[in-house]
Design a protein around this ligand. Structure first.
Ligand code: PNS
Length: 162
């Protein structure tokens, strides 16, 4: 069996400690882990994909087997181009299952050889999401313990809070 390269796709707007926890966990299992940042995540994305990649790269310096790239179009096509045989996704609460299973089944229909692997983040991050982090930060409250200090600073700056 050749070593498996995995893709960890997402919007990462911004990356939370939950995302970073998943990257750490994934990097202990896969010899090569590629964090794939969706370029046009959402018309209302707060950060550009270049900024999101930059923030992620700043957090993975201690993980040489992890790289960060951006992608556009269908994830299965990008996975094929990268030679990835696994997709890593984090599952938090039960409410994630519906959406995640829909995506995993659809991706499997399109690319039967590409396996979706679900991992649970640490329990501190079970209810954490980029969307809520943005709302809390925009409301002027600290998001310490939800994103890294460097990302909290960038978030506050982006929101015009400092
Ligand atoms: O962090 P997110 O927003 O939950 O990540 C969603 C993502 C990027 C994994 C998903 O939207 C995606 O794969 N988009 C690329 C387009 C695609 O392949 N769509 C079909 C999915 S079945």
């Amino acid at each position: 069996m050749p070593p498996v390269t995995a893709l960890y796709p997402g919007s990462f707007d911004p990356p939370t400690l939950g995302h970073l926890d998943l990257i750490e966990r994934g990097s202990r299992i896969f010899p090569q882990l590629i964090v794939a940042v969706l370029r046009n995540a959402d018309k209302n994305a707060l950060f550009t994909s270049a900024e999101r990649m930059d923030m992620l790269r700043g957090e993975i310096l201690h993980l040489p087997q992890v790289s960060v790239v951006e992608f556009d179009g269908l994830l299965v096509d990008f996975a094929e181009r990268m030679g990835a045989r696994a997709l890593l996704r984090g599952i938090r609460a039960i409410s994630d299952y519906e959406y995640e299973f829909q995506m995993a089944w659809m991706n499997r229909r399109m690319a039967p050889g590409l396996e979706t692997v679900f991992m649970m983040p640490g329990e501190d991050f079970a209810y954490l999401s980029s969307r809520l982090v943005k709302e809390v930060a925009a409301g002027g409250r600290p998001v310490t313990g939800m994103v890294s200090p460097a990302i909290e600073t960038r978030l506050r700056r982006k929101l015009g809070l400092e």
